[in-house]
Design a protein around this ligand. Structure first.
Ligand code: TMP
Length: 206
């Protein structure tokens, strides 16, 4: 089963993932935890280019192609083999990040993006996507406090991040069977519990 976590910056999703992995392993599943952009040696090199504060000249089109290049490598080298071996793949961001950030955020044509996305993934889609949601101001404040995490992509405006968040809601609404929205303004333990409940229900066929 392929499970992705999505959400605006500062939602806290990344810090929830190790505990969710442990929960699934304790239940007897083999789990691969990975992230985008990244997940492979080539993907991590692309991640560095994307995140580097010095790369202010990257254009939106270049940015898209770099995210997609990292994803193509990730799908073929890591995700598909793990799924074929019967493992659960838990992925911190995937294709929906491209639609939310580049599509809704940068307002690049969604149909074009979807076509490029299908090319990069070979049509692979998550079975379950957990939207770890926080209001933009809350997410930005969390990131600002933890300044080591601040990167080039966080420098976009509040309006950009608001479009991203609304974009996620639109994507979730379009495919309600795949998405579960988690309120991440709650305390860390409650958010973890909600994630575990959503995953358990899906694994049980619910
Ligand atoms: P993260 O470490 O917070 O997940 O940072 C990844 C950043 O990259 C985040 O701001 C979202 C952004 N992103 C995109 O804009 N498009 C994508 O396709 C992906 C995977 C991430």
């Amino acid at each position: 089963m392929f499970i992705t976590l999505e959400g605006p910056d500062g939602s806290g999703k990344t810090s929830q993932l190790p505990a969710l992995k442990e929960f699934l392993q304790d239940a007897g599943y083999e789990v691969v935890l990975t992230r985008e952009p990244g997940g492979t040696p080539v993907g991590n090199q692309i991640r560095e280019v994307l995140m580097n504060l010095k790369n202010v000249s990257i254009t939106p089109r270049t940015e898209i192609l770099l995210f997609l290049a990292a994803r193509a490598q990730h799908v073929e080298e890591l995700i598909r083999p793990a799924l074929a071996a019967g493992k659960i793949v838990l992925c911190d961001r995937f294709g929906d990040s491209t639609l939310a950030y580049q599509g809704f955020g940068h307002q690049i044509d969604l149909d074009t993006l979807q076509m490029l996305l299908d090319f990069s993934t070979g049509g692979l889609k998550p079975d379950l996507t957990l939207l770890v949601d926080v209001p933009v101001e809350v997410g930005m404040e969390r990131k600002r406090v933890n300044s080591t995490e601040w990167n080039r992509l966080d420098a976009y405006t509040l309006a950009f991040h608001e479009r991203v968040r609304q974009g996620y809601f639109a994507l979730a609404e379009a495919e309600p069977a795949r998405w579960v929205i988690i309120d991440a303004t709650k305390d860390k333990d409650s958010v973890q519990k909600a994630l575990q409940t959503a995953v358990t229900s899906r694994l049980g066929g619910g």
